[in-house]
Design a protein around this ligand. Structure first.
Ligand SMILES: C[S@@+](CC[C@H](N)C(=O)[O-])C[C@H]1O[C@@H](n2cnc3c(N)ncnc32)[C@H](O)[C@@H]1O
Length: 462
């Protein structure tokens, strides 16, 4: 669930803020080209409900549902709108349900709640005119025998909210209770509020550049700003392949935080580098661009396709092998090893709001076992004097700090090399007392935030 090295969605519609107790934030930007009312089909709202429920049901559910016939039958503009509605509903689900529950004497059937969630995501976040969202919701309620008896309720509740306003809501209500409790215990109450506010916003698109490419020139071309560390951030969305300078192959899409672990490895030209969980490949591109002779492993051949396409476009090279890293029968050891391990990806909630719903407590422990195994396999690949960077895009300590504490206990040959956030383009407050990086999405709020990441650099001293 890491950055898609080429992806991105269309978007321009500006979101309106719900009343909130949190500090003011810029209006959310949602990811669909703002379609005129004439463009927006009723079917798009049906699909928005399907996408929302698919995302709530399982990890990757939204992406899978987008490739199903109902979504594929829509015109691209309607499909983008349906996705934008589902994403807006996911980001603000707690607030939307708070608003609805205040007006509902008892909980209606799920299909009715879905209709109302879809309508409120439009009116409260996407600025769809209330008359359009409400009348479509009522029409949809009428179409299905299961929801027909609730047509008047849907009408009354949505019109009431339109007339009287949504009332106060809290950003924290958008976080599942168990996650909010965890983050409060780990990071404290103030950080929790910052995380909840960050979770309401749709992030900008970040670009990593090849060394030697002028960030100011790329920023000019894509109407962006240059962040500390050289990442270019743009409010553009949509198909990056159509953006100016894309064909030059000088940049790829990568969140500013996701670019930090690659920099932390400090690859020098000619060094041998192993990227153990490489797809879709943003970090492989960085390591190859730094001049490393990179071997990129990943267990998923379909995910590696994106990596291969990006290597071709950028003119960079790496040896790509589709295999579980621990099964790779190759005797080589490396100057530098990167383990960007599979994880719950809770740090990517800005780009993938569904991760907060898809992640279950048991998964944290299960993935921690996989990370433990992969870390031991990674250690065997590091030459004496070589470096190992371990990272995950998770906010859970079990997938970050706890892994490294346990690893250093069982591997006395390794020691931490303290990170220098300023040199890495990371927020200064991300540095932990141990010299690791714990980047929170609420950091760099003045730039619009960044994904959550944990990263630690280790060196084999014997
Ligand atoms: C966090 S993503 C990696 C993102 C990638 N480093 C990037 O920057 O684009 C984790 C990757 O680990 C891969 N993976 C999971 N288990 C693996 C294993 N045992 N060996 C190799 N790859 C694995 C997944 O297919 C997934 O692509």
């Amino acid at each position: 669930m890491s950055n898609d090295a080429r992806g991105g969605q269309s978007s321009q519609a500006r979101g309106r803020r719900m009343a909130t107790k949190g500090r003011p934030r810029p209006a959310a930007v949602v990811d669909a080209a703002a379609p005129s009312q004439d463009d927006i089909g009723v079917e798009a709202r049906v699909v928005a409900g399907i996408l929302l429920n698919a995302a709530l049901e399982k990890r990757n559910g939204l992406d899978e549902a987008l490739s199903q016939p109902a979504a594929r039958a829509l015109e691209p503009v309607d499909r983008a709108f349906a996705r934008a509605v589902a994403m807006a509903a996911l980001r603000r689900l707690g607030e939307i349900d708070q608003i609805l529950d205040r007006r509902l004497k008892k909980s209606p059937p799920e299909a009715v709640r879905t209709l109302m969630r879809v309508a409120l995501a439009q009116t409260l976040v996407l600025e769809t005119p209330a008359f359009a969202a409400v009348s479509t919701a009522v029409k949809l309620a009428e179409r299905d025998p299961k929801t027909r008896p609730y047509k008047n309720l849907v009408n009354a509740v949505l019109r009431g909210i339109g007339r009287e306003g949504p009332g106060l809501t809290t950003a924290e209500s958008n976080l599942p209770d168990w996650i909010a409790a965890r983050w409060k215990a780990t990071y404290g109450e103030t950080a929790l509020t910052g995380l909840a506010l960050a979770a309401r916003e749709e992030p900008a698109t970040d670009l990593s550049l090849k060394p030697g490419v002028d960030p100011a020139a790329i920023a000019d071309a894509v109407e962006g700003e240059v962040l500390p560390g050289g990442t270019v951030r743009t409010g553009r969305r949509g198909d990056v392949a159509s953006w100016p300078t894309f064909e030059d192959g000088d940049w790829w899409v990568q969140d500013a935080a996701a670019a930090v672990p690659g920099r932390l490895l400090h690859v020098k030209p000619g060094e041998t580098v192993l990227d153990m969980c490489a797809a879709p490949g943003g970090k492989t591109l960085q390591l190859a661009a730094a001049g490393g002779q990179v071997v990129a492993l990943d267990r998923s051949a379909p995910r590696l396709k994106r990596l291969t396409q990006n290597l071709e476009r950028t003119g960079l090279t790496a040896e790509v092998v589709a295999i579980p890293a621990e099964d790779w029968e190759d005797a080589r050891t490396f100057d530098a090893v990167l383990l960007d391990a599979p994880c719950t990806a809770t740090g990517t909630f800005r780009r993938n709001p569904e991760v907060l719903r898809a992640t279950k407590p048991a998964e944290v422990a299960k993935l921690a076992d996989v990370q433990h195994r992969l870390l031991d396999a990674a250690a065997e690949r590091v030459k004496p004097g070589g470096r190992l960077v371990y990272c995950t895009c998770s906010l859970e300590r079990e997938e970050g700090e706890t892994q490294i504490i346990a690893f250093l206990r069982r591997n006395p040959a390794f020691r931490t090399v303290a990170a220098d956030p300023a040199a890495l383009g990371a927020p200064a407050e991300a540095l932990t007392p141990e010299g690791w990086l714990r980047i929170l999405p609420s950091m760099w709020a003045e730039h619009g935030g960044l994904d959550g990441f944990f990263a630690a650099k280790l060196e084999r001293v014997s």
